[in-house]
Ligand binder design. Structure first.
Ligand code: G4P
Length: 539
């Protein structure tokens, strides 16, 4: 490696980067669909007073001020496919709230967003408890070592018993729940919470439609007992049970992913939302040095570095732009700086840098570790790419999910083959779909592979409307993909008639199978063949 000259003000920049990183809390709210993620996002923003009333920042189709409906398909389905980041100041902290798609079909997208956060807030519906997507997301967080704060939402509605929910969390996720607050009043009769830190009562007051910040009143225990009687007494007794079983917050166990602090809330009435923000500031970790591909660490004080965790094209149909969202890992970002694109070694000018949330965009002049920056016109950048200044670095590639649905993609109009190729390449580099090829099928008929079938719809829609190359998708009967190599490929094809070998753009060879039965027989009969699960498939 050549000796690199660093900027003359590198020492000062390093100090600023550490100071500013210390104020950052970068996290995502994740949940099974309908647990209240959009509602909580609005409530958090409301609490930070960045908007006048709930609903103006983010929401689903049909709700006032829906801003993430830029894509027809999203509008039609009432889902939010896109994701970006909302930044606001709270107390002396800077909160970066990364949005994740609500629909399970886009879980790969959610997974990529989780590579860019330092903590996650898991929302659980009090009536439904842990659902399929909740379990999968807990597993992803465990796999990535992301500390999780759990929020039991919708306590204003009848639901499960609070202690039962705690048992469910510990039995099914293996995490020990350590409630920070405990509800006063059963689900459906939410009066307030007992704050376990000091034993006081935070009493909630309802506001019309939850549209403004719900006032909270703090009362000492004696006053709480006088006011709430049995409901307070029950909360006190249940908290004693938690203490007896050692379910108390321990910061290092939380950061190590052994425990999950729990809060009770009603996002729609803005109850418990202030406590969540305070908890994020007090307990969620600030950014720290980031592991690099060669096993070293890029420290916060190192020159600027970042990685692309999301690429989004077509957000503004008038401009046909392509945005790459980067998470800053070290140093200071200044708009206009010329950085290096690690994959190609080429310079990349960061002339247009923006905060993006829904349809709102704002220019960014300077940003620090933990921040998310949307780079405009980032045609050269793909998901997982590294950018750096001065001293080279490469962050590890983002793991991809094992696809479960496959379809051959063919252009309807042979004259549009250029547009077809360009579109397919872009969808691949954005991670909208995985594009798999084989000599047998040729470049004109690649196989698109996805985790959720709705990704097909997005791909098909964009091929037609954005790239002007309408396509037909013919579903293939595969449902499983495993990693293999050149040496094993002929053996697999000879022994499993229903299998196929396909190559991904990153060179990885995948063996695809219709079902696990044929695969099992093959593995038993030919144990010498390389057939490994793709990492995320184990989640
Ligand atoms: P999601 O993003 O996780 O999918 O959930 P979203 O916020 O859209 O919330 C799903 C539904 O749950 C919405 O009702 C929402 O109002 C409701 N909800 C969210 N938080 C709470 C809560 O704390 N208490 C109660 N009772 N309900 C809550 P909807 O009928 O689907 O939509 P809407 O017409 O009410 O907006």
């Amino acid at each position: 490696m050549s000796v690199v000259e660093e900027r003359p003000d590198a020492g000062r920049a390093a100090k600023v980067a550490v100071g500013e990183a210390g104020r950052r809390r970068t996290f995502a709210v994740i949940s099974h669909p309908d647990a209240g993620k959009s509602t909580l996002t609005e409530a958090l923003a409301l609490h930070a007073r960045v908007i006048g009333s709930a609903g103006a920042v983010h929401g689903k189709a049909g709700r006032r001020g829906t801003v993430s409906d830029w894509m027809d398909i999203e509008k039609a389905r009432g889902i939010s496919i896109t994701s970006a980041a909302l930044q606001f100041e709270y107390r002396d902290a800077v909160i970066n709230l990364l949005d994740t798609p609500g629909h399970a079909d886009f879980s790969e997208d959610t997974y990529r967003v989780l590579t860019a956060v330092d903590a996650a807030v898991m929302l659980v519906d009090a009536a439904k408890g842990l659902e399929a997507q909740t379990m999968k997301l807990f597993a992803v967080c465990r796999h990535r070592g992301i500390p999780v704060l759990t929020v039991i939402n919708k306590w204003d509605r009848p639901g499960k018993d609070a202690l039962e929910l705690m048992d469910e969390i510990s039995e099914r996720t293996g995490l020990t729940p350590t409630p920070l607050t405990w509800p006063v009043g059963i689900a459906g009769d939410f009066r307030g919470v007992l704050d376990r830190a000091d034993g006081t009562y935070r009493r909630f007051t309802r506001t019309a439609g939850g549209a403004t910040i719900a006032p909270e009143e703090t009362l000492p225990a004696a006053a709480a007992l006088a006011r709430e009687g049995d409901a307070w007494q029950q909360a006190v007794e249940e908290v004693e049970l938690l203490e007896a079983s050692g379910q108390d917050h321990d910061q290092s166990l939380f950061l190590d992913g052994v425990t999950t602090p729990v809060l009770f809330a009603s996002a729609v009435s803005n109850f418990g939302v202030g406590a969540l923000l305070d908890t994020l500031v007090d307990l969620a970790p600030a950014p720290t040095g980031m592991a690099t591909a060669d096993g070293a660490v890029r420290e916060l004080t190192d020159p600027f570095s970042a990685f692309v965790f999301k690429v989004q094209a077509g957000m503004d149909t008038a401009h046909r732009d392509r945005l790459a969202f980067i998470r800053i890992c070290s140093g200071v970002f200044e708009r206009g700086m010329v950085v290096t694109h690690a994959r190609t070694g080429r310079p990349f000018a960061t002339k247009y840098a923006q905060h993006v949330f829904g349809r709102d965009r704002e220019s960014i002049d300077v940003a620090y570790p933990g921040d998310v920056v949307g780079l405009v016109n980032a045609n050269a950048l793909g998901v997982g790419d590294t950018l750096y200044a001065d001293r080279p670095v490469q962050f590890p590639p983002l793991t991809t999910f094992a696809p479960e649905h496959f379809a051959v993609c063919r252009g309807r109009d042979a004259a549009k083959h250029k547009q077809f190729r360009k579109g397919i390449e872009q969808l691949d580099s954005e991670g909208v779909v995985q594009v798999l090829k084989s000599d047998r099928r040729g470049d004109g008929a690649p196989v698109l592979a996805v985790v959720g079938p709705m990704q097909f719809e997005v791909a098909q829609h964009r091929m037609e409307h954005e790239f002007g190359a309408p396509v037909d998708l013919d579903r293939l009967p595969y449902s499983l993909a495993l990693r293999t190599d050149e040496a094993s490929a002929p053996g697999i094809l000879a022994a499993a008639r229903n299998a196929e070998i396909l190559r991904r753009a990153d060179g990885e060879l995948l063996a695809v199978f219709p079902d696990k039965w044929g695969l099992r027989v093959l593995q038993q009969n030919k144990p010498e063949l390389l057939l490994e699960p793709l990492v995320a498939a184990q989640l």
